[in-house]
Write a protein that binds this ligand. Structure first.
Ligand code: TUI
Length: 308
């Protein structure tokens, strides 16, 4: 039997809110934690002082557990890794890489470490170096994606490790939770559905783009750069794909992508901004409070369990 993720973390519902770059700040994070899930601040590419401020604000808004996501492609990942210890962060998730070099320090600081993995090999390595759980994230997710789908990745990771596995990618309602549990997950991580929450601070144009989107409206850009990113199809994504298919040089692509997420999140520029969102975007139809989203998802899950 794998350990229960709720008792490891001291949370009510086994649901994590994905650490979404520019999106997962203190208001959203505290709302998720106060509703019984695990809110997670996104370190992303932000300066360490801004993240420090977010950690302190979150502590003012909730006395419940919350986490920090460290995106390992970020230039200041080393600095954030230290700062998390200084600020007494209790839970760290990582993304887009192998956090092996930080593990000993984090474990010595009594931090619960839960890396995102996109392969069985990395999941096993993380278990060996002391991870408390892993998040197996399939390529249905928004933002930076690996190669395998959740359906294929999750059960293979579950079979390969003895620590709890959180399923992520393509989970947007109670059916997704049920499916993840059937595949052996001990919990789920959700990003896109929380974009359409009242507490999510992104520009309303971004929220409306998610709500308006249909099943086939996401695309993966940047495959040729080695950093593929799933986004809603818009003018920027189409230009990007055109350049990619025409063998554009990487510098030109980087230039086009620079600051694009901020343009979407802060300025609400839905044409030239990067609208990171997962494949369940088409399933999200309305803006709700975080509490309603979480309770609705788990009520749906309980109904499914009863009727199976
Ligand atoms: O990290 C994410 N999603 C993200 S990070 C992000 S910010 C960004 N901005 C511009 C370009 C790129 C990123 C937006 N979305 N998800 C977690 C995740 N990690 N998904 C997949 C992986 C992953 C992939 C390969 C983790 C490890 C890995 O292998 C590393 C290795 O060394 O084996």
């Amino acid at each position: 039997m794998k350990k229960d993720i709720c008792s490891i973390l001291g949370i009510k519902y086994p649901i994590f809110q994905g650490g979404m770059a520019w999106v997962s700040e203190s208001t959203l994070v505290a709302a998720v934690s106060n509703a019984g899930g695990l809110g997670i601040i996104a370190g992303a590419n932000a300066p360490a002082n801004y993240i420090r401020e977010q950690i302190r604000k979150t502590k003012e808004l909730t006395d419940k557990p919350f986490g920090l996501n460290i995106m390992l492609l970020s230039e200041n990942a080393d600095e954030l890794a230290e700062m998390a210890i200084e600020e007494g962060v209790k839970v760290i998730t990582t993304g887009a890489g192998n956090p092996g070099k930080y593990m000993e320090k984090w474990k010595n600081a009594n931090i619960t470490v839960i890396p995102v993995v996109a392969s069985v090999a990395l999941a096993k390595r993380m278990e060996r170096c002391g991870a408390d759980a892993v998040i197996a994230e399939g390529c249905e997710s928004g933002g930076h994606v690996g190669k395998l789908t959740t359906m294929a990745l999750l059960p293979q990771v579950v079979d390969a490790v003895d620590i709890p596995v959180i399923g992520a990618g393509g989970i947007g309602d109670g059916r997704g939770i049920a499916a993840a549990f059937v595949l052996g997950a001990s919990g789920v991580q959700v990003g896109t559905r929380f974009l359409a929450s009242e507490e999510c601070q992104i520009h309303e144009n971004y929220k409306n783009a998610v709500i308006k989107s249909k099943d086939i409206d996401t695309v993966v850009t940047g495959r040729c750069t080695g950093h593929p990113v799933q986004v809603l199809k818009n003018k920027l994504a189409k230009e990007y794909l055109k350049l990619e298919n025409g063998n554009a040089d990487l510098e030109k692509l980087e230039e086009l992508g620079k600051g694009a997420l901020k343009k979407a999140v802060v300025d609400g520029d839905v044409d030239n901004g990067s609208l990171m969102a997962g494949q369940i975007s088409g399933m999200v139809k309305k803006i709700q409070s975080v509490k309603d989203i979480i309770e609705e998802m788990f009520n749906e899950y309980e109904d499914i369990k009863r009727n199976l």
